[in-house]
Design a protein around this ligand. Structure first.
Ligand code: GUN
Length: 292
């Protein structure tokens, strides 16, 4: 069997098309475009490339964006001050404020993220937004988790009553996705197992999954023997590996082998990544609407 492909690129374009209409309606009503301000600290090539992708998508949809670049040597205090200044309007209207992660090791990332006002926290990382999500009344849902749920919904992959196994307990993906899939209602009602680096018998847990989500950042961690025949496998990993002749991106799933076992599989690149960006723009529009 060869699995059906979950094409995140095509779905992201379809979502962008409807967001473009929504952004135009906003602009018509309030005589300005929704606006996103991104703080990019240091010079990690991967972060710069993700931020560029976010800016390009914003442009396609009709959302203004500005990237504020800060040297890697910036202190926690200076970044907290910058985020507060952005919220106060120092860099123009800021409906959404995003601090690109990871931050340099010497920076207290929690302090910087907590400085983003919760009503502009388009990443959904602020404790107020995390709390609302955990109580089943989400405002800003972390973009990658929202993208995974959207991918399942779009493909008509049933979650209710089914067993979802998530590998990776990060605040950015694993934890919010566990809450989303376990929540009552459409795209939820799943039985969720959240695995992590201390889980015993990881392969056994994975083999019991109807929906298996890999979000750990370990190249090809999920192999074919860890997948139940007929499962949906969603790959959140983006890992750059060196190979003869150059480097390339691979996910956390051994795609070529797993596609012979699974019924659905998301590729890397072209899977969850583009949906993360589309969800960020959806959150930015929501922030603009909430503020106006
Ligand atoms: N770095 C990797 N993923 C993300 C994300 O979803 N948001 C931010 N701010 N940084 C990231």
């Amino acid at each position: 069997m060869t699995a059906r492909l979950l094409d995140g690129r095509a779905l992201a374009r379809a979502i962008e098309n409807s967001l473009r209409d929504e952004a135009a309606t906003f602009t018509g009503m309030f005589h300005r475009r929704p606006r996103l301000v991104v703080v990019l600290v240091g010079d990690l090539a991967a972060s710069a490339s993700y931020v560029k992708g976010k800016q390009q998508a914003a442009e396609r949809v009709g959302v203004d964006s500005e990237v504020i670049r800060v040297a890697a040597a910036a202190t926690t205090d200076s970044l907290v001050t910058l985020v507060r200044a952005i919220a106060a309007g120092s860099h123009g209207p800021a409906d959404g404020i995003l601090v690109q992660l990871p931050l340099p090791e010497h920076v207290d990332a929690v302090a910087v993220l907590d400085a983003v006002p919760p009503e502009r926290d388009v990443d959904g990382f602020h404790p107020e937004n995390a709390g609302l999500l955990s109580q089943g009344r989400p405002r800003f849902i972390p973009c990658t988790a929202a993208g995974v749920q959207r991918m399942l919904l779009d493909a008509g992959i049933e979650t209710a009553g089914r067993h979802a196994v998530i590998v990776g307990r990060s605040d950015i993906v694993g934890k919010p996705l566990a809450l989303l899939l376990a929540a009552k209602g459409r795209g939820g009602d799943a039985t969720v197992t959240l695995c992590h680096s201390r889980s015993e018998d990881l392969a056994d847990h994975c083999r019991r999954a109807d929906i298996l989500v890999a979000a750990v950042g370990r190249p090809r961690l999920v192999t074919a023997d860890m997948v139940k025949p007929g499962a949906a496998v969603i790959d959140v990993g983006i890992n750059r590996i060196d190979e003869a002749g150059g480097s390339r991106l691979v996910g956390d799933v051994d795609f070529d082998a797993v596609k012979e076992v699974a019924e659905w599989i998301s590729p890397v690149p072209g899977g969850v990544g583009p949906l993360t960006v589309a969800m960020l723009l959806a959150n930015t529009l929501l922030a603009a609407e909430l503020r106006s």
